[in-house]
Design a protein around this ligand. Sequence first.
Ligand code: ADP
Length: 380
Amino acid sequence: MAIISSKNSGDPAPEPRPKAARSTARRSAPQPSLLDPSATVEEARIDAARPAEAADRPDDRVRPQRLGDYVGQQDLKDVLTIAIAAARGRQEPLDHLLLYGPPGLGKTTMALILASEMGVACKITTAPALERPRDIAGLVVNLQPGDLLFVDEIHRLPRVTEEILYPAMEDFRLDVTVGKGQTARTRSIPLPKFTLVGATTQVGALSSPLRDRFGLIQRLRFYEPAELTHIITRTAAILHVPITDDGAAEIARRSRGTPRIANRLLRRVRDYAQVKATGPIDGPIASAALELFNVDPRGLDWTDRRLLSAIIEQFSGGPVGLETLAAATGEDSQTIEEVYEPYLMQIGYLQRTPRGRVTTPAAWKHLGYTPPHDQRSILT
Ligand code: ADP
């Protein structure tokens, strides 16, 4: 699979998250965050028919290339295995697919794998880069039959661009307006049959006409520690990093259920072990390294702890509205909602209630506070 230009060009190589990137710049204190949701808005075209060169980039060596290498997400793999076999049998492109879930869970990776399994090229872009109708028009007219177009952060598509996609997805047709005023006419340009893979962290923010045009809508879930241990062991083997099972399990426990974070933490621990240790990465080395990088035993980093302690200290545990919490912590509300909250909710430290965000007794205890007796009544 050859990458002509990639949005993920090395380590650290987070996915395009323009809003989140802005918020990173606005953070009140320059604490290192291993979530690091910074942004690069570029396009990539990945040609599944031409193998080899991708292996030159560290991130792409680590990224699974085939469905068999993609760890976990069994339900998703089952659904897509059938979809691939059926599409291949009919010699048609795959149905349009919407993948949703928090950042770093493998949406882009799955799109690349699908292209690879179907033997087609994958064109990668991100919705904020498609500001004008001609941005999306330029992309779709250049697709080859069967190609896969991956649009990240698809819930951020501007309305005008989104409307161009409707006939393109449904009838493989591009409707363009020629001329101005009374002489304006609409012309239809036929498009090759292609597959749109949309990725989003906010499926609820998608308009229903757009959502309805996806034949498959699949959610990615957080990974189990055993699955992350597997991913870390696999990445360590690719990067030639000696690691014990305990070492991989320790990193997995602190990876917030997210492969991107697992791989990033492995690289940080590798650096630490290179300087401070002689043998392979084992449990104690991984634990000491991650303490140094401010990642606690539940995988919470400085920002997670700051969000929770702000709710506890300034709002007596909540409820507190998202915007108020954002103002109190100097974080961007969208970043809080899309990047930090999903995992805090997953591990039962935070709840979203109709009246606002509430910390749970488990969060109080984790941060060393004694939960008040009436905390239960807030949560019910
Ligand atoms: P997303 O698009 O959901 O933000 P990515 O697909 O970019 O996430 O995944 C981030 C990184 O995590 C990839 O570079 C890949 O190495 C790793 N990764 C993601 N999912 C898996 C998986 N199921 N198995 C192994 N590695 C994975």
